[in-house]
Every structure is written in structure tokens, then in C-alpha cells.
Design a protein around this ligand. Sequence first.
Ligand code: ADP
Ligand code: ZN
Length: 287
Amino acid sequence: MLGAIEAGGTKFVCAIGDETGEIVERIQIRTTVPSETIPQVIAFFKKYSIKAIGIGSFGPIDVDLDSPTYGHITSTPKPGWKDYPFVQAIKEALDVPVGFNTDVNAAALGEATFGAAKGLDSCLYITVGTGIGAGAVVQGKLLQGLSHPEMGHILVRRHPEDQYNGKCPFHQDCLEGLAAGPAIEERWGAKGIDLVQREEVWDVEGYYIAQALMHYILILSPKKIILGGGVMNQTQVFSSIYKYLRDFLNGYVNLPQLSEYIVRPGLEDNAGIIGSLLLAKEAGQFS
Ligand code: ADP
Ligand code: ZN
């Protein structure tokens, strides 16, 4: 048996499963501060005999194995989590190998193994929720360089009619600052789920996401793009994305049919937790 943790800003999902992606037990724990949340995580896993644990975490995180702060959450504004030694805390309590990556890299791995990009050695997984983040499988491996990618914070060109200031605490009007759930809510004065009928909302949203996808396509050339996260439940955004992406690319890159190329997650809400099981499998093999 393997353990998996999908660590998010509002909730932690903890699961027991196996390397085929089968989940046999799971719980949700509210994300408050580490001293409250982590003991509950540990208590859950103590009940099982597990071989390894995989963590897909909100970030930014330190994923450089040679770094003295490997396994830490780094510059988050979330109270209590900045510089938190996540991997160390789990290892100390449970004494098993721990795999560690971003929540979105885990989701990309899950989707490439069992989901919408199954069988492909390349895909991009993007979440549009409380924040915007993306993970990528490139030539069969999770993309990592100096650190993990931070594709949600790229700069985008303004929609000509958008006067909203932006909400990113670091960059104000980066992609996340203009297009994540909280930005939609602040710009239009209502939550995304209550703006379903407002066409202009999803037009603006598609305008920004399409620009981001254009950059990602030009730089990484993914074989499949998967869009998850709460905001993407508004499936009308997809047609706006397809329209603007066609306009922006202007025929320059040959792409498959967009409705098959840019899709919803095959694993629905389980991409991150199943990907974390796969991180556990990998950690177990290399320890
Ligand atoms: P998180 O990113 O915290 O893991 P979600 O992916 O659910 O969680 O993202 C939460 C954000 O997505 C909130 O800003 C919320 O308003 C928005 N959201 C969630 N569900 C929907 C929906 N069905 N339609 C539009 N926006 C949604
Ligand atoms: Zn930003």
C-alpha cells in the first residue's frame, strides 16, 4: 500500500491506495496552520502499513534534492506555512520514503499515466482555481529545472475592456492576478458560480487563458492540454479559449482539433491525489 497527500490551500486530501491508482481510503482535512493540520495527517497514515508517501503540494516548494531546504514550502503568503519543512515532518513521523512535487505536477503525472493524456509522454495540466498553476510532463518526465515551473504568474496582454487592477500579491496583474477564481469574484462582484449567465465574464476569462496556452504551446509544445480547477467547471470558457487561441496563433502552429487537444481532466477531481500515489511509488523504488 502507498500513501498520498494532496496538499491544498483550503484542504488536504490524504489517501491510501496502490500503484494502479486505486484508492481504498481517503479523508479530507482543513488546511489551517501546520501545527493543527499535520498531526491529523500523521494520525491518518499511522493506521496503515504503507511503503512510501507521495506529496503533491501547493507551492512554491523546494524540490531540489541537493538544496539544504529541500522538502520545504517556500514563499507562500499562507500563515504558518512559509519555510515549513513538509517532507521532514512526514518522514520523521512515519519513517517511509517520501516523494515531493507540486500539486499540479502530480496531477500532470496522474493524467499522463491514467487520465486524458494516458499513453502520451507529454502533457500539460493547468488548474484555474484559487490560484493558477501548471505542471508538465515533458519527454516522459515531470518538468523540473532550477525549481518547478510557475506558469500561473506569466504576464498577459490586457483585454481591451478590462479595467480590473489584478489580485496577485506578488505581481498584481499577472495571469493568476487577472484570471483565478478570486480575481473573477473581485472584478465582477460575485462568485464565478453565480456568473454563469454573464457572457462577458467568460469571454474575458477565455481571452487570458488562451494567451497563456499560446505561450505554453510555443515554449513546450505539449501533446495534450488538460484544464482543471473550480473555475473550469464553467465549460462555456472552453469555447472562448478555442476562439481566442485560434485568433492569437493565426494558423502558425499545426494543432489537433482543439476540442480534443484542450480538454477537462480524465480523472476529474482525482488527478492530484492519484498523481501523488505515483510520486509515492517512485519514492519507494528509489530509496
Ligand atoms: P482550490 O484552487 O482552492 O484547490 P478550486 O479549484 O475549487 O479550489 O478553486 C476555487 C475557486 O474556484 C474559487 O475562487 C471559486 O469561486 C471558483 N469556483 C469553484 N467552483 C466553481 C464553479 N462551479 N464555477 C465557477 N467558479 C468556481
Ligand atoms: Zn503573480
